[in-house]
Design a protein around this ligand. Sequence first.
Ligand SMILES: O=c1ccn([C@@H]2O[C@H](COP(=O)(O)OP(=O)(O)O[C@H]3O[C@H](CO)[C@@H](O)[C@H](O)[C@H]3O)[C@@H](O)[C@H]2O)c(=O)[nH]1
Ligand SMILES: [Mn+2]
Length: 967
Amino acid sequence: MMFGESSRRYPRISHVSNSTGDIGSDFGSSTEYASYTVVVPPTPDNNPAPVQIALTDIDSGSSYKDDEPDQTDLRIGEEDDALLHKISQPLTRVVKISPIIIALYRVLIFVRIASLVLFLLWRIRNPNNKAIWLWFLSVICEIWFAFSWLIDQIPRLFPVNHGTDIEALKAKFELPNPTNPTGKSDLPGIDVFVSTADAEKEPPLVTANTILSILSVDYPLEKLSCYISDDGGSLLTFEAMAEAASFAKIWVPFCRKHKIEPRNPESYFGLKRDPYKGKVRHDFVRERRYVKRSYEEFKVRVNALPHSIRRRSDAFNSKEEIKALEKWKIWKVKVDEEQENEPRPSIVAPKATWMSDGTHWPGTWSVPCRNHSRGDHASIIQVLLDPPGDEPVKGRGGDGFALDFEEVDIRLPMFVYVSREKRPGYEHNKKAGAMNALVRASAIMSNGPFILNLDCDHYVNNSRAFRDGICFMMDRDGDRVCYVQFPQRFEGIDPSDRYANKNTVFFDINLRALDGVQGPMYVGTGCLFRRTALYGFDPPDVLLEEEPSCCCYPQYKQRSPATVASEPEYYIDVEEEDPVDLYSIPKLFGSSSMLVNSVKAAEFQGRPLATIQPGRPVRLVRPPGSLTGSRHSLTVATVSEAVNVVSCWYEDKTEWGTNVGWVYGSVTEDVVTGFRMHEKGWRSFYCVTEPDAFRGSAPINLTDRLHQVLRWATGSVEIFFSRNNAVLAGRKLKFLQRIAYLNVGIYPFTSVFILTYCFLPPLCLFSGQFVVDSLNPAFLSYLLTISLSLCGLAVLEVKWSGISLEEWWRNEQFWLIGGTSAHLVAVLQGILKVIAGIEISFTLTSKSSSGGGDEEDDEFADLYLFKWTSLMLPPLTIIVLNVAAILFAVCRTVFKENPNWSNLIGGTFFAGWVLVHMYPFAKGLMGRTGKTPTIVYVWSGLIAICFTLLYVTINKSGIDGGSFQFP
Ligand SMILES: O=c1ccn([C@@H]2O[C@H](COP(=O)(O)OP(=O)(O)O[C@H]3O[C@H](CO)[C@@H](O)[C@H](O)[C@H]3O)[C@@H](O)[C@H]2O)c(=O)[nH]1
Ligand SMILES: [Mn+2]
C-alpha cells in the first residue's frame, strides 16, 4: 500500500546498541540508564506480587536501588495507605452514559435507516408522471440526503465520556512515594505553541492575555515552555509579548498565591461575580487592587505601542535622513572637485521600523520593503523569559512591598518569540508551516515530549487543564495516545447563537461520539500532542502478549520494600526491538543533528510510568522519578541552531509537512494532521473539563462566519481530492472512524443537492405540480416516520451530550445556510484547484477584540455589522423565490375554479421548511432590529419585481394550471 512505506517504527531506546546515553543526560541525571529490568518476586498462591522497576547502570550493572539507600530504608506507615491507594488508581475512567438512552438511540437510528430505505423504494417505484423532472430531481436529492445523513450518523453509535483523576496524577508524580521519595515533580515537559499571523486582525492585547494565561497555568513551571509564532513578523506583536513577559512577573505569582481563576487577566478582571468569594487571605484585597492597577497600566502601554513604535521610528528615520543627506553632500563636493567617481549615495534613507534599542527591526516594517515585508524577512528568535532554574525561588515581601511574595515561587516558565524566515519563492504553508517551525525550534530549545497548541485568541480558562490532558498520556496505554483534544468553547457570542458559532453539535456530539471509536479529530486549537506522534512515528507495539502475574503499588501495604528486596528475584527483560533507524532520520527531519538527537529523548520522556497491571501487556515504560532532574539551559549554540531550523530552506528535501509534523496542502491543516495519526493506528482522546479548559473568540457576524465556514469547507474538498481521502487509508483506521473522516471530506458536496432542493418548492408552486403525484397516505406516513425519528434522535442526542435543543436547531438552520452558500463555493473552489491548480487563500477569521473594552454599551455591536459578500447571493435568491412562490401559489389556488389544494399544501409546507431554516440568515441581512438597513428595501423591491414579472408572464401564456383570471 502506498502509505505503508512512509510509516516509521516507533523509536526505541535499545539497551544493546545505545551507548550514547543521551537519554539519561537529557533529564539531568548523572547515571547513564540505558536499560531497565522488571524484578518479579515469586508469587505464592497466585496473589499478584509487587514489582519493582530497577534501572541498571550500563557500566557497573549495579541496580538503581543499591545506589539509593533512602529508597530501601523507606517505611510506609499506615497513614500513607490513602496515598498508596491513590497511586494505584487509573488516571482516567469512562463515565457511563445512561444505557437506556444509548439503547433507545441505537434503536431509533435503525428505525430511521429502515424507514429511509422504505421511503426511497416507494419514491422510486412511484414516479410522478405529470412532472417527471420534478420527481427525478427530488429523488436524486433525497437519496443523497439519506446517504449523507447515514455517514454523519453511523460514527455516533458509541458515544462515551471520559473523566480524569488529577489527584491520582498528583499522588503518582508529585507526592513523595516509594518510587519517587523526594516528591519532586516527575511530570513530563509540555511545550505550548501559540500562533498569530496579523497584528491588525488579531489584537496583540488578546494574544498577550493568552500568553499570560499560559505562563500562569498550574503545572510545574520548569517543565513548561511557551512559544509564540508570529507569522506577521511584526514589531508590534514582539513588543506586546515583551510587555506581557514583564507583566507576568507580577501576574503569575499573584495567580499562584491566591489561586486566581481564570488566569487571563482580561477575563479575570471582567468577571461579573464577587471576586472576594472564597478568598480568605487578608492581603488579597490589597494585592488584587494593586495587580488590577498594574494590569490597567499594562493595557495602556500595549495599546500605546503602535503609536510609540511609529514615533520612535519617525525620530530615528529623520536622523537617518539627515545623515544620508550629509553623506550625499560630501559625495557631491568630492564629485565636483573631481576627486571621486564613486556611485552616488542615496539621499533618502529607508523608512525603517526601529526597535527601542536603536536597531532595525529584522521583521516586517510598517513601510514594507525588500527583506522587511510580510513574505520576505529573516528568522527571529528571541527568548523573552529565560528557562527557570531547578529549585523554587521565593519572592520578596514584608513591609514596603506592594505584593508579598515571600511564600510564593516567583520563577516563570520559559517564553520564546519566534518569527520564522520568509522569502519570496518559498511556500510558507500557512499555519501548518508556522507550527512545524515551532516544533523544530522547541525540539532544540526545550524538547518537551508533549506539545499543546493554541490559537492566539484561545486562552487557558482552567489552570489545571494541562494536568487533565497529561492524565490520558500518562495512564496505562497512554503511550498509544497521539493527542488529547479539548473542546473549543467561545465567548462573546450572542445568547441565541444565531449563526451556530458555538458549534456545540460538532463538539459535544460528533467529537464525543468519536471518543468511543478511535478518538476525536484534531480541530486546530486546544490540543495536547505527543511529540513523537507528530514526528510521524507509529504507535508502540504490544511487547509481551502473555499475562504478567504481577501488579505494582498496592502490595506495599502488606510488605515493605525491604522485604521485597530480600526475596529472590526473577528478571523479565523488557525486550526492545529495532532501535530507531538514526540514519534515515536526517532525510526525514532535515540536517540538524541537534534535532535528530532530541527525538529519542522526547520519546522516552513521553512514556507512561512503569507500573505493570495484571492482565495487561507490558509495553515500554519509563522508571518513576526519571524526570525529576533539571532541564537544559539555553546556550548560544542551541539558540543559533533554533534560528537555523526555522529558516525557510530547512524543509527542502525533507518530509516536513508530508510525513512529519503538521500536514501541508489544506487550509484545514488540523483535520489532515489528526487523520494521519489515526491512520497509523494511534488513539486520541476527548477531554471535557469543568470549567472549560480553553476559551476563544468566534466570528460573530454573518459575513465573517460565512467566510470561516467557506474556509473549512474548502479544506474538506481539498482533503477529498487528496491522498488524505479516508477511502485510501490503511487498515489501522477503524471502520467508523473512517466513515467519520469520509464525512468530513464529503459534506460540502451535499450543498449541490441542498441548493437544488431549496429551489424545488418554488418550482412546485409555480408549476402547480408536486414531487409526488398526490399526497398519498403511504408517502405521508413514511415522511412522518422519518421526521419523527429525526426529532427523537435529536432529543436523545440532547440528552446524552448535554447541549440544548435550541443549539441543535441552530445547527440545523446553519447547516442549510452554509450549505447553500459557503459549502457550494467551496466545492467550486476545490474543483478549480484540482482542475486548474488555482491556490486557495487562507483569510484570517477576524477576532472581536475582547480587550477593546470601549464598546461596553453594546456587547454585540459586531453581530449587527453587515458586510456584503457574494456568498449571500444564493441564500438570498432562495428566500426571495420561496416567499414569492408561496404568495403566487396562494393567489392562484384561491382564484382557481377547482383548486389543487393538496399540491398547494405540499408545496407551501416544503417552502416553509426552507424558509424556517433561512430565518437566521434573513435576520442577519436585516442587521440590527429597529434600524432597518437599505438591504431590506432592495430585498422587498426584488420580491415585488419577481412577483409582477411572474404574474404578467402567467397571465399572458397561461402555462400549466395558470388559466386563472382575476375577476
Ligand atoms: O499563515 C497563517 C495563517 C493563520 N495562522 C494562525 O492560525 C490560527 C487560526 O486562524 P483563524 O483565522 O483564527 O481560524 P479559525 O477559523 O478561527 O480556526 C479554526 O480552523 C482552523 C483551520 O481552518 C484551525 O487552524 C484553527 O486552529 C481553528 O481554530 C490563528 O491563530 C492564526 O494566527 C498562522 O499562524 N499563520
Ligand atoms: Mn480563530
